[in-house]
Design a protein around this ligand. Structure first.
Ligand SMILES: NC(=O)c1ccc[n+]([C@@H]2O[C@H](COP(=O)([O-])OP(=O)(O)OC[C@H]3O[C@@H](n4cnc5c(N)ncnc54)[C@H](O)[C@@H]3O)[C@@H](O)[C@H]2O)c1
Length: 327
């Protein structure tokens, strides 16, 4: 069985591609390298192209059995400043991909959604039934595509799994690939950099939240746990269960939250250096706490996160040392 990993030269997609191959699937990557890296695609067949390029996509789609869609823009702040860019790629481009997939006979589709579809949730932990009320264009663009998948499953029998990631972090333990974003906005790589001599100081956005230490709490999920969940999602689609009317939404998180200061501590434990930091103001629209209820992933997919925050930080540190040494 061959899987098209769209956005497979990016951070999460490249890890999922390796897990799929490890589980016996044949994998083809499709990516325009706008935020991805050839280095992350090494060892795989990579077709370079845009998701909106139907002519390029169709022959590729005709040779695969299922699609995993990771491609998209994913900076919340940028989506507020430049919503047009986000709706063009995450909605128009993604719909074009979906239509091309449908027209070439694809009936299994796995989508990288996000906890940003929940906006500022009233109840923690967050279940999949929580209202979806995104508070930024990024979350809105992801919700639009989720709605399209639900409608396509009802109308055209396209079966899909919408995986709502919480905070992806860490690197493949085999050391070949890891997190590469430019610019990097994620807490763990920024904190690791701030614990080195040359890295910039870490800016902490708000220390007056109603949390035990005043900083925001998030659910950090190891990228290889995410990757394993994608394999489970595909196996679910292969089994052909009809739960959730053919389009299934699943939270991918650990169910445990860590504050920014707890992450700093975990980083210092691994690097043995203090994280140089500056307390700043809150960012508008940042919820104080985002923690998944992962029960549905366990019940429906048989999946739970296996790796801890310490595993995340140590794998990210190994990867950062490797990339900064140029190897
Ligand atoms: N990293 C996280 O913490 C996180 C959390 C929630 C959801 N997500 C979602 O997961 C997905 C992957 O995130 P990531 O961190 O790996 O991002 P990434 O930027 O590393 O990967 C995205 C990949 O998609 C490619 N791409 C983007 N637009 C494209 C287009 N029009 N045509 C072809 N390829 C295109 C990029 O070149 C890149 O390789 C995104 O859709 C993101 O919204 C990520």
């Amino acid at each position: 069985m061959t899987i098209l990993v769209v956005g497979g030269a990016g951070y999460v997609g490249s890890h999922a591609a390796r897990s799929l191959r490890h589980s016996g699937y044949k994998v083809v990557l499709y990516d325009n390298l706008s935020t991805g890296f050839r280095r992350l695609a090494q060892g795989f067949e990579l077709v370079e192209g845009d998701i909106a390029d139907e002519a390029k996509l169709r022959p590729v789609l005709a040779s695969v059995d299922a699609v995993m869609h990771f491609a998209g823009h994913a900076y919340v702040g940028e989506s507020v400043e430049n919503p047009r860019k986000y709706f063009r790629n995450n909605v128009l481009g993604a719909l074009s991909l979906l239509n091309s997939a449908l027209d070439t006979g694809i009936r299994r589709f796995v989508f990288s959604s996000t906890c940003a579809v929940y906006g500022i949730p009233e109840q923690i932990p967050i279940t999949e039934q929580a209202p979806r009320e995104p508070v930024n264009p990024y979350g809105a663009s992801k919700l639009f595509f989720e709605n399209a998948l639900e409608a396509y499953s009802r109308a055209y029998g396209l079966r899909s799994v919408r995986l709502r990631y919480f905070n992806a972090a860490g690197a493949d333990e085999r050391g070949e690939i890891g997190e590469l974003h430019d610019p990097e906005t994620h807490l763990i790589p920024l904190a690791l950099a701030a614990s080195t001599e040359s890295g910039p100081e870490l800016q902490i956005h708000g220390s007056d939240y109603a949390t035990p230490d005043g900083t925001c709490i998030r659910d950090y999920i190891h990228v290889n746990d995410l990757a394993d969940a994608h394999v489970r999602a595909l196996q679910y689609l292969e089994r052909g269960d009809e739960k959730d009317g053919g389009s299934l939404a699943i939270n991918l998180g650990t169910g445990r939250g860590h504050s920014v200061l707890e992450v700093m501590q975990a980083v210092e434990n691994v690097t043995g250096q203090s994280v140089r930091r500056k307390m700043g103001l809150r960012r508008p629209g940042d919820p104080p706490v985002l923690v998944a209820d992962p029960a549905k992933a366990q019940t429906v997919l048989g999946w739970t996160a296996k790796r801890s925050l310490a595993d995340i930080v140590s794998s990210a540190w190994t990867w950062m040392q490797k990339t900064s040494s140029g190897s």
